[in-house]
Design a binder for this molecule. Sequence first.
Ligand code: ADP
Ligand code: MG
Length: 273
Amino acid sequence: MSVSTGLRVLALANQKGGVGKTTTAINLGTALAAIGERVLIIDLDPQGNASTGLGIDRRSRGISTYEVLMGDEPLKAAVQATAVPRLSVAPSTLDLLGIELEIAGDRDRTYRLKNAIRRLTEERDTLPETLRFSYVLIDCPPSLNLLTINALAACDSVLVPLQCEFFALEGLSQLLSTVEHVRKTLNADLTIHGIVLTMFDPRNNLAAQVVADVRGFMGDKVYQTVIPRNVRISEAPSHGKPVLLYDLKCSGSQAYLKLASEVIQRERQLTAA
Ligand code: ADP
Ligand code: MG
């Protein structure tokens, strides 16, 4: 944890859809909360899958990340509790689809989310305990648009979910160069936290080769933990629950618990450095 605010902000980003960003946000968030962290998931995808997967249906979204980015509401007003103790979510709605046009002409357009998070940390001492987060996880949309740029400008570090499939490495270099660009222009302290390989299927001969290729290319930036393809993971969102609540014993839940301890370990190394 950073000494000044006690808050670490991680963005889950990959411009490809369906690679496990939202699943990782929900389940890494749940696992971090289970080991005592106080976690806020910020849903920055207009599709709102993280919000739905955490049991916040469309009717009960109230204040969303749209109002927060518009500057109409503070982030704390959007925060909703979930069924998981110590895990909250700032939900999104389809309104977010229009935000790019609405704020395109504003000088602070890339810093809207950063400013909102900064306000939350500045007010920390006056807030109830439920709003004193130790981790923020930002679930990005499948695009390198202004929403993702806001996330990259606001975060300490990027966590990249990568699906174990043939084209996994394609697109990664584009993401890495976007991160590099943001580091040069908007967020000098930005780091890559790590790459998490998702949906690994041991019956698929190609999958092991993909894992080896990605490790060869990215070295120890790749987490040791690989998330298996597991049907329980894909069933859980329709019950509005993280897989850790839906079936704690399944291989997917156990993998996300392992990932959380690796993330914490890496945090200690990053913040001690
Ligand atoms: P993204 O947010 O990157 O678009 P999602 O997290 O929504 O990706 O995942 C895409 C789909 O794959 C979802 O239906 C999700 O339930 C499913 N899924 C994600 N990870 C796994 C996994 N490890 N095993 C099985 N299904 C998964
Ligand atoms: Mg998603």
